[in-house]
Design a protein around this ligand. Structure first.
Ligand code: FAD
Ligand code: EPU
Length: 337
C-alpha cells in the first residue's frame, strides 16, 4: 500500500510564472536522470499522475494537481569545438537564458535573438521557442528523449523533430511517457546576424554585434513584457493566427495597418495582439485575471487569480475575436488539469 504521508500537498505558486496558487500531492526536484526514472517508477507503480516542469513559464494550472510534479534540474553543458562551429550538448534542466549568455561568453553566436526567454532548455525544444526572427529550430541539431517506460534514450534528429511555429513532435508523439533529457545546439564563430524588421530603424547596421543585439532585445523585452518576478503571466497566451490570403483580403478591406508576415507556404501570420487591441475590450477582468496593457497578447494574474479565472477571460477573448474577425485564437500555453 502506498504511504499517504509521502504526500505533502505543497504550493506550486513559486514554480509557475502565472503564480497560480495550487498544490501538487508532492513536488520533487530532480538533478539526475536516475532520480527522474525513480520518481516515474513510483508514480507508475502506484498509478499516480506525473508531470515534469522546467520553470513553469508556459503552463496554466486549472486546479490542484492530483499527482507528483517533477521539477527538472538536470544540468550540464558539454562543448565540442571545431574550427568555426561548436556543438553544445545541453542537459534539459539548464535555464535557457543562462545558455544564451554562456554562448556569448565563449564566443559562439546564434542564440542572441532568443535572449531573456524564460524556461529551461528541454521545454525550449518542445515549444520551438521563437522571438525577433529566430527560432530554436535554426540551431537545434537533435533532441534526446528518455522513454519512461523502458528507460531507453532515443536521439531525434532535427529533421524528425517536425519543428514549426510554436510546435514540434514533442507536443504530440512524444508528449506522454517521455522526458526530454538533452538538446544538441550548433553555433558558429562567424556571426550571421538576424536583423528583425523592427530593429532596422533602431540599430545602426554598421556597428551591430551579437552583444548589442542581446542587449537591445533584453531592453525591449524588459520594457514590453511583464517581469515574471513581479507579475504572473506565461508570455503570449495565444499564438498569432496563420490565415489564408483570401481571409486576409477580407480583413484588409475593413482594416488598415494589420501587422503581418508572409509565410513560406503562402499563408499569412497576423498579429493576435493587434486583433485584441482592435476589439477595444474596456477594462475587462475576471477577478485578478486581466489583459496586460502594454502587450495585449499577454494575460496576467494581477495578484490572486485562479487558473479558471484566467481560462474564463481567455474564452471571452476567443469568442469576441471569433465573432468580430472570424478568426480563432489558439492558446499557446499548456493547460494542466
Ligand atoms: P514549462 O512551462 O515548465 O513546461 C512547458 C511544457 O513542457 C509542459 O507541458 C511540461 O510538462 C513540458 N515539459 C517541460 N520540461 C519537459 C521535459 N524535460 N520533458 C518533457 N516535457 C517537459 N516563448 C517563446 O517562444 N518566445 C518568447 O519570446 C517567450 N517569451 C515569454 C515571456 C514571458 C514573460 C513568459 C512568462 C513566457 C514566455 N515564453 C516565450 C513562453 C515560455 O517561456 C517558453 O515556452 C518556455 O520554453 C517554457 O519553458 P519552461 O521550462 O518554463 O516550460
Ligand atoms: N501589437 C498591437 N498591440 C499590442 C502589442 C502588439 O497592436 O498590444 C502589434 C504591433 O503592431 C506590433 C505587433 O503587434 O508591432 C507585434 O507585436 P510584438 O512584436 O510584441 O510580437 P507578438 O507577435 O505580439 C511574438 C511572440 C512573442 C515574441 C515576440 C517577439 C507569439 C505568440 N508571440 O509576439 O513570444 O517574444 O513576437 O518576436 O508568437 C511567447 O511566445 O510567449 C512570446 C512572448
Amino acid at each position: 500500500m502506498f504511504k499517504k504521508k509521502y504526500f505533502s500537498y505543497e504550493s506550486l505558486k513559486k514554480l509557475n510564472t502565472f503564480k497560480i496558487n495550487v498544490t501538487a500531492k508532492k513536488i520533487v526536484f530532480v538533478k539526475t536522470i536516475q532520480s527522474l526514472i525513480n520518481v516515474w517508477n513510483t508514480c507508475k507503480f502506484y498509478s499516480i499522475p506525473f508531470i515534469i516542469l522546467g520553470e513553469g513559464s508556459n503552463v496554466l494550472f486549472l486546479k490542484n494537481y492530483q499527482g507528483i510534479v517533477v521539477i527538472n534540474r538536470i544540468k550540464g553543458i558539454i562543448v565540442t569545438e571545431k574550427k568555426k562551429t561548436c556543438l553544445l550538448h545541453v542537459y534539459s534542466g539548464e535555464k535557457w537564458n543562462d545558455l544564451v549568455k554562456y554562448s556569448l561568453r565563449i564566443g559562439f553566436f546564434g542564440l542572441e535573438n532568443l535572449a531573456l526567454i524564460p524556461g529551461c532548455v528541454g521545454s525550449a525544444a518542445i515549444q520551438n521557442i521563437g522571438a525577433y526572427g529566430a527560432e530554436l529550430k535554426n540551431v537545434c541539431q537533435y533532441v534526446d528523449v528518455l522513454s519512461l517506460n523502458d528507460n531507453s534514450i532515443k536521439r531525434i534528429y532535427k529533421n524528425e523533430c517536425k519543428f514549426s511555429y510554436r510546435n514540434s513532435i514533442f507536443k504530440h508523439q512524444y508528449k506522454y511517457g517521455y522526458a526530454i533529457i538533452s538538446v544538441g545546439i550548433k553555433l558558429s564563430k562567424i556571426w550571421n546576424p538576424i536583423i528583425f524588421h523592427s530593429f532596422k530603424k533602431k540599430i545602426k547596421c554598421t556597428n551591430i554585434t551579437p552583444y548589442s543585439i542581446f542587449n537591445y532585445i533584453c531592453y525591449l523585452r524588459r520594457n514590453k513584457l511583464p517581469n515574471p518576478k513581479k507579475t504572473g503571466s506565461a508570455g503570449s497566451f495565444f499564438k498569432n493566427p496563420i490565415i489564408s490570403k483570401k481571409k486576409l483580403k477580407k480583413l484588409t478591406s475593413l482594416y488598415t495597418n494589420i501587422p503581418m508576415h508572409l509565410q513560406k507556404n503562402g499563408l499569412v501570420k497576423i498579429s493576435a495582439a493587434w486583433l485584441i487591441e482592435k476589439y477595444r475590450f474596456k477594462n475587462i477582468h475576471i477577478g485578478d485575471a486581466e489583459i496586460y496593457k502594454k502587450q495585449k497578447l499577454i494575460l496576467i494574474n494581477r495578484k490572486n487569480a485562479t487558473g479558471l479565472e484566467i481560462l474564463k477571460l481567455s474564452k471571452i477573448i476567443t469568442i469576441c475575436i471569433l465573432k468580430k474577425f472570424n478568426i480563432f485564437l489558439q492558446p499557446e500555453i499548456d493547460f494542466i488539469r
